[in-house]
Design a binder for this molecule. Sequence first.
Ligand code: AVI
Length: 332
Amino acid sequence: MKNEQGIALVDRDEDGVDRAFREDVLAGLSQRQKAIPARWLYDDAGSQLFEDITDLEEYYPTRAETEILEARGQEFAKLIGPGRAVVEFGSGSSVKTPLLLNAIAPGAYVPLDISGDFLRQSAAALSEKFPGLNVYPVEADFMREVALPEEVLVMRKLGFFPGSTIGNMVARTAVDLLRSMRATLGAEEGETPQLLIGMDLVKDREVLEAAYDDSRGVTAQFNLNLARRINRELGGTIPVESLRHTTSWNDDFARIEMHLEATRDIAFKVAGRSFSMKRGETIHTENSHKFTRRSSNTLLLAGGWTPVERWTDEAGRFSLILAEATEKREAP
Ligand code: AVI
C-alpha cells in the first residue's frame, strides 16, 4: 500500500494487524527450517532493546564505528567535500550522524525511514543541534527507490548507511538495496553520488559469539521479544518460556546466526493457524554477515559502487567504506 507520493505505508487489516508481518510470520513458520525476517525484531520494545545492546561491553560495532567517525573527520572532508546533501538510510543516530555532519559541512540532511514517529523525533533533535542546516525527513521504505525532496535535487549527494545493517541482509537483498540506493541518489541521471557505508569485519569466533550472546542477556531478550510480539500482535500462543536464544557462527556464509530454539516439544497457534516444534528445533531470526576487504569490495561492486577509501578502528574490528557510483560497466 502506498500514499500519493508512492511511499510504502503500513497496510493494516480491520483489526489493526500489520498484514505484511502476519504473512511473513505465517509463511516463515510453515517452512521446514522456520525463519522470520529480521526486520520484525524492531517494534518499539525491540528498538529499545537494540539501543541497549549498543551500550553492552561485548557489542563492539557501535563503539568501533564511532571511533572511526571521530578520528577521520579531516579525511572525510577532503574526499567528500562541502555542500553535499547527506541522505541517511535510516533515522540517524544521535552520536554518529552529528560526527559526520560536523566533519563535512553538508548542504542538507535527508533522513529516510519507514517509521515516521521515530524519524520526526530524531530529525527534530538534529535540527536543534545544527540550526543552520536544512533537514528534510522523508517517511519511506528505503529498500526501494525513494523520491528525494525537490530542494536537494540540484545538490551532489552522499548516502550514509552506518551500523553494518547491510550485514543483516543476504547477498541478493544487499545487492538489490545497493542498486536502489544508486537510483535514489541520482546515479541513473548522470550524477556520481558517493556512499559512506559501515561493514563489520570477520574476526575471532569467540568475540563474535559474545557480541551476539552477551552476559547480561540483553540480546536474548531482543530475540525473544519477536515471539512476544507475535503473541501480542497476531493472537499467538507461543510458550515463550520454552524458547531459548541461541547464536552460532556459520563459516560457509561468514555470518552470525540468531535462532530461537524450543527447549521441549511445543504446539501453538498464530493468527488462528496451528504450528508445532520438536525439542531442539529452531526459528531462524537474524543473520549478521561479517566481511573481509575482498568480500566487501565484491558486494559493493555487485551493487554498482566502486570503493574509493576504507578506514578501520585501531583494533581492526570494523570498517567504514567510501564508495562512488560506478559510472559504466568496466571491461572485460
Ligand atoms: C542492526 N544490526 C547491524 C545489528 C547487528 O549487529 O547485526 C543487529 C543485532 N542483532 C543482535 N545484536 C545486534
